[in-house]
Design a protein around this ligand. Structure first.
Ligand code: SF4
Length: 390
């Protein structure tokens, strides 16, 4: 325990809040005050937010507050209308490709944590080629590369593997360990279009309770990763919190602040948000704040009203029923038939290697049918390298 505590203190010392980057805002913001800001919202605040076309963070806080619950149908209808106006009648599909489940971090909610006795696998060139072909055969043209966080799966590996994968897909995003600006620039030069870095929670004390060992326990370094991605000029930056680790409303308000900060600084990038929610069984931890289906719908609609241009993504963590009803709500992007274990597309399922359990296991054809039944068209890409400003 003593050693863990002193490691955390070392991490804090190594990574001070950086002025001009979001860690500076978080350092100077009182968590309780943010919590109070949504708790105190009234019906008048909600009605004002609903009537506005350009919303600020205070409006967003009103829309996710209990005071907005009676206005859920109105919020969902407006969210659907705004999404149709901005993105048309489409939902874009993507597939995650897990390249490695090796990880040097200890996160309380994740099956890849270092101390878990699971078989570790990092795909080599020929295994990746098989995965790529299997994914392509299902029709996907947008791929999300996912890895655990370890020195063995870092820049030299990415520089070798991206040139093999990129020629097969119009859009390539990554969800890997946070990197330096020069690294993001280098990866952009070889085909990277988007980077997702989920903060998990914006409350430092809670963050340290769930990130026990490894580089990920450096709160500020992760917090400032989206700034570094923006500085590198990456086309798309993805944010997310693990809903349930902390008060989901306070974390969402902090993420709204984060989005506005990034939009001001890196206006040429596009932004996306995702809504992973922790499930009671994951890693054996109990969510601190449970977000119900109804509250998740409220949160999704609030994000769309807050930002019309925001890409919003829903993963296969959610059940078929929820995804079925969510299609029309405001989402622009969905994963389908996802495998969360390295080698999962080409090889037989190896559940012991999975990062988390998938709820919606339906094949891509069923997901497409479900999307069409909801009156939306499926698109396989919404971006092409030829459109890049680099
Ligand atoms: S959440 Fe990421 S960093 Fe943490 S154990 Fe899982 S793979 Fe590793």
């Amino acid at each position: 325990m003593m050693e863990e505590a002193s490691q955390k203190i070392r991490m804090l010392e190594q990574s001070p809040a950086v002025k001009g980057q979001f860690s500076h805002f978080v350092e100077s913001t009182d968590w309780q005050a943010v919590t109070q800001s949504h708790q105190e919202k009234t019906e008048q605040d909600v009605l004002r937010a609903l009537s506005k076309s350009k919303l600020d963070v205070a409006d967003f806080a009103a829309l996710i507050s209990p005071a907005a619950e009676p206005y859920l149908l109105e919020m969902v209808a407006k969210s659907e209308r705004l999404t149709l106006q901005r993105f048309g009648n489409t939902v874009s599909l993507f597939a995650p490709l897990y390249l490695s489940n090796t990880c040097a971090n200890e996160c309380t909610y994740c099956g890849f944590s270092m101390s878990n006795a699971i078989k570790r696998l990092t795909l080599n060139e020929s295994q990746i080629e098989k995965e790529v072909l299997a994914i392509k055969s299902k029709g996907f043209d947008h791929i999300l590369l996912v890895t655990g966080e370890t020195n063995k799966v870092s820049m030299p590996y990415f520089e070798r593997m991206i040139p093999l994968i990129k020629p097969h897909f119009s859009q390539l995003s990554m969800e890997v360990q946070p990197l330096e600006v020069r690294d993001y620039k280098q990866l952009q030069n070889i085909g990277l279009d988007g980077v997702l870095v989920y903060q998990e929670t914006y409350r430092r004390t809670t963050y340290l309770e769930h990130h026990l060992r490894g580089n990920k326990s450096n709160f500020n370094y992760r917090l400032d990763a989206p700034d570094r991605i923006g500085q590198a000029g990456i086309h798309k930056i993805g944010l997310g919190v693990l809903l349930g680790l902390e008060d989901w409303r306070t974390d969402s308000v902090m993420m709204a602040h984060h989005l506005r900060h990034l939009q001001k600084c890196y206006w040429r990038s596009r932004f996306s948000v995702a809504f992973p929610r922790i499930r009671p069984c994951e890693g054996g931890i109990v969510p601190k704040s449970v977000i119900s289906d109804r509250q998740l719908v409220q949160l999704i609609a609030a994000w769309r009203l807050f930002d019309r241009d925001l890409e919003m993504s829903l993963s296969t963590r959610e059940s078929p029923e929820f995804r079925h009803h969510a299609v029309r709500m405001g989402f622009t992007t969905m994963s389908a038939e996802s495998k969360t274990q390295p080698g999962g597309y080409a090889e037989d399922a190896q559940e012991a290697l999975e990062q988390f359990e998938i709820s919606d296991e339906r094949p891509v054809a069923d997901i497409m049918a479900m999307i069409r039944k909801q009156g939306r068209d499926v698109v396989w890409k919404d971006w092409d390298p030829a459109l890049s400003h680099r």
